[in-house]
Design a protein around this ligand. Structure first.
Ligand code: SAM
Length: 324
């Protein structure tokens, strides 16, 4: 039998499919507006995500795209904008009403976007915990604001499923709330709050560890933004709880022997008098040229204790160009 909170989640999203709720997952992330892309009003009202998983740089070489937890379909339309082929994007959702609502939204999108056809998106009923998708068949898999709802064992399963369906070097793009404070147990156990993406979030480090423990060899933190406040007036909490939202890309690269490369936006700058500084582990720093480094490399450079290498703090805004 399915756990109660997963049933509650289905009911919350059945309701959100039938009665769009603009405030459900408020975010400061601007919605991608692209030349020639028109997002139907109802689709926009059903934007239940907390960041963006659509990054043009992931979408070169005609990738096969999977999107889990379809919502109103906005990000599938945005992915289709780049892929523009029949069945280029597969959307999986467990809620019939959500699949139907997104189907209607795609028909409306077809009317408003001459380049778009509903057949570009293949909608499939299925569970994130048992994806109806073949092994090693996907180049880019995305989920936005669904995995944070899952309790840890289920989150593990959901990540395992994404790992299974991705091709080697495939990319898992995620957006979820995270929280650095201890989420009170009563809020974690509140099935509705959890389903609304308000009380299931993990600290960023734990979230990333769940991902790297699954075997993803490279992880990029692409964005981190303020998301919500749970205040004692409105929620059963003694202290104010601050929730952020993150955008993360996990790459199914082989796991390096010395552990995963996690890029949080740290940069190394060599400012000495030699032609360059070579750590003999594959990182060559040219004078006064910033090199994005993963946290592991940043740590290794730091312990050298040199007075001609500067390591910046994490920006949580990493968009490529790294060392490993
Ligand atoms: C918070 S909404 C996010 C929707 C969409 N990703 C967006 O950004 O607007 C969560 C979505 O996941 C779906 N969902 C809930 N439980 C699921 C499960 N176990 N497997 C697949 N989809 C699920 C819901 O129906 C809903 O569409």
């Amino acid at each position: 039998m399915q756990q109660g909170y997963l049933e509650t989640t289905k009911n919350v999203y059945k309701e959100a499919a039938e009665n769009p709720n603009v405030g459900l997952c408020c975010t400061t992330t601007p919605v991608w507006q692209l030349p020639g892309l028109k997002i139907p009003k109802r689709m926009l009202e059903m934007n239940y995500g907390c960041g963006s998983t659509v990054h043009p740089r992931d979408l070169v070489n005609n990738p096969k795209i999977l999107y889990v937890g379809v919502g109103g379909g906005m990000e599938l339309l945005q992915f289709s904008y780049f892929s523009r082929q029949i069945g280029g994007v597969t959307g999986v959702d467990i809620v019939d009403e959500m699949l139907e609502a997104s189907r209607q939204n795609f028909l409306e999108a077809e009317k408003q976007n001459p380049w778009f056809r509903s057949e570009f998106v293949n909608l499939v009923k299925g569970d994130a915990l048992h994806l109806p998708i073949e092994d090693s068949s996907i180049d880019v898999a995305a989920q936005n604001c669904l995995f944070n709802i899952f309790k840890q064992d289920d989150l593990k399963k959901a990540l395992q499923e994404m790992y299974r369906v991705l091709k080697p070097r495939g990319r898992l793009v995620l957006s979820d709330p995270t929280c650095e404070q201890d989420m009170p147990q009563n809020l974690q156990d509140d099935e509705r709050l959890r389903a609304l993406c308000l009380s299931g979030s993990l600290p960023l480090k734990e979230y990333i560890k769940m991902i790297t423990d699954m075997g993803f060899g490279t992880v990029e933190i692409r964005a981190k933004r303020p998301y919500r406040i749970l205040d004692p007036e409105n929620y059963e909490t003694a202290e104010l709880i601050f929730i952020e939202s993150v955008e993360v890309c996990a790459i199914k690269d082989p796991m390096p022997e010395d552990g995963p490369c996690v890029f949080t936006g740290k940069t190394a700058i060599y400012y000495g008098t030699d032609e360059c500084f070579d750590d003999e582990k594959g990182h060559v720093l040219l004078p006064n040229q910033p090199l994005a480094v993963c946290d592991k490399t940043a740590g290794a450079l730091k312990v050298l204790n040199r007075n001609d290498v500067f390591i910046s703090e994490s920006t949580y805004f990493y968009d490529g160009g790294g060392c490993c």
